[in-house]
Design a protein around this ligand. Structure first.
Ligand SMILES: Cc1ncc(COP(=O)(O)O)c(C=O)c1O
Length: 444
């Protein structure tokens, strides 16, 4: 049993997610409160949030407006079922989201399905794609295509199209799922500023899978426009448009997983807007409620939605949904979050900081073991040479060192990922680079 120290809870019962539980409990890091750009640890230290929590606290921490909206909602309608029943705030929130849907009014991704998380959004999108194909008489299309080094959450659908071996190797996957090759090419693109020049042709991998399986078996392809959790992998110039064109040519739906890129991360409301490439379905979560209350939303093209609104009016069109779909309290948090994003211009604020951010982060080039740096909007990936026989060890040491020096970063393998709240000020960007730079110098 782990002894309770002052300010230290007993740690035994909680089985922590995506964590080396025994290592963590031997040397725990606990965050006790948060305000603005900072956490306070349970031993009273201020920690600069270089990761917006887990890529979700886009408007910064401790937003009173959200807290008040949640409190009001809890005391007026705490919960209401969404199956064959409705409540006004879920409709209001969906209308509000539709009015700012990815791709703008022309794209018509203005039908919104609520979920409780990014993983649920992904599984929902995959199911909608399958249901759509069947509804238009394309029921032989059962395959779902993802991409190597993609992350789409942890549902069985999400891991089937995901490309992280550790998330897949123990679990069965959906029959027929397959993967495009990833686009990460250090030999050609290391230290690119802006989008990588090389690799648009990797979108042709979808043609390869069409040739291999037959287009008539493929329902949808899902990619993150910018892969976040797997190490900040940027799409090569022209790649996403090429994927769009190939998918359209073969009647395959294109899904953008914008769980990270949605709500301002790149400097536009969605990556769909940033890249000017319009998918058929967009998945979101995280920044939807500023991370405060778990919630996801799937934006669906009107045509796709309408194809399912057929048959007898008394028939349920999609046998899918969650107890917490459109949870009133989450909707209240989401509406207040959108108000903040709007009044503070946060959905485009990263655009104004992106050059400063890029230049500051690229200043880490030349430090020991740094083999690539990638930035876009307010995201950065810093890739380190792995230690022989100890992949991930070097970045993990940098992570712990930074935390001890008052900076929260995130690591995946030997890649450091940064994604601060979009309220960050230039001097805090300087602070991130300085603290991280010193830690990189110390990490042998
Ligand atoms: C692109 C992407 N999709 C899906 C997910 C899963 O979201 P959640 O952890 O809310 O289930 C994540 C989480 O990081 C993500 O980055």
């Amino acid at each position: 049993m782990t002894a309770a120290r002052s300010n230290m809870p007993v740690l035994d019962s909680l089985w922590m997610p995506f964590t080396a539980n025994r290592q963590f409990k031997a040397a725990p890091r606990l965050l006790a409160s948060a305000e603005g750009m900072h956490y306070t640890s349970n031993d009273g230290r201020r920690v600069l949030d270089g990761t917006a929590g887990l890529w979700c606290v886009n408007a910064g921490h401790g937003r009173k407006q959200i807290a008040q909206a949640v409190e009001r909602q809890l005391s007026s309608l705490d919960y209401a079922p969404s199956f064959q029943m409705g409540h006004p705030i879920a409709f209001d929130f969906a209308e509000r989201l539709a009015s700012m849907a990815p791709g703008g009014a022309d794209a018509k991704l203005d039908r919104v399905f609520f979920t409780g998380s990014g993983s649920e959004s992904v599984d929902t999108a995959l199911k909608i794609a399958l249901a759509y194909q069947r509804a238009i008489g394309q029921g032989t299309r059962y395959r779902l295509i993802g991409r190597e080094r993609g992350y789409h959450g942890v549902g069985f659908g999400g891991i089937s199209v995901g490309g992280l071996v550790n998330n897949r190797r123990m679990f069965p996957q959906l029959p027929g799922s397959d993967h495009l090759r990833h686009t990460h090419d250090l030999a050609k693109n290391a230290f690119s500023q802006g989008l990588p020049e090389h690799g648009a042709d990797l979108a042709d991998d979808l043609e390869r899978l069409v040739a291999l399986h037959g287009a008539e078996t493929i329902a949808a392809v899902i990619v993150e426009p910018v892969a976040g959790s797997t190490g900040v992998l940027l799409p090569p110039k022209g790649y996403l448009q090429r994927l769009r064109d190939i998918a359209t040519r073969h009647g395959i739906l294109l899904i953008f997983d914008e769980v990270i890129t949605g709500f301002g991360r790149l400097g536009a409301p969605f990556a769909t807007d940033y890249f000017g490439v319009t998918p058929d379905i967009v998945t979101t979560a995280k920044g939807l409620t500023n991370g405060t209350i778990p919630m996801g939303a799937v934006f669906v093209k009107r045509d796709v939605h309408d194809a399912l609104m057929t048959g007898p009016e008394s028939a349920i069109e999609l046998f899918h949904g969650y107890t917490y779909s459109g949870h009133p309290v989450a909707c209240a948090a989401g509406l207040a979050t959108l108000d903040i994003y709007k009044s503070e211009g946060l959905l485009t604020r990263a655009a104004g900081l992106a050059d400063l951010w890029r230049d500051a982060i690229h200043g880490l080039r030349g430090l020991p073991n740094v083999i690539d740096i990638r930035t876009i909007g307010l995201v950065a990936g810093i890739e380190l040479e792995s230690r022989p026989d100890a992949a991930g060890g070097r970045a993990y040491d940098v992570f712990v060192d930074c935390y001890n020096k008052g900076l929260l970063i995130r690591v995946t393998g030997d890649i450091i990922a940064l994604s601060p709240p979009l309220i960050i000020e230039p001097e805090q960007i300087g602070e991130i680079v300085e603290t991280l730079g010193e830690a990189l110098k110390r990490a042998a």
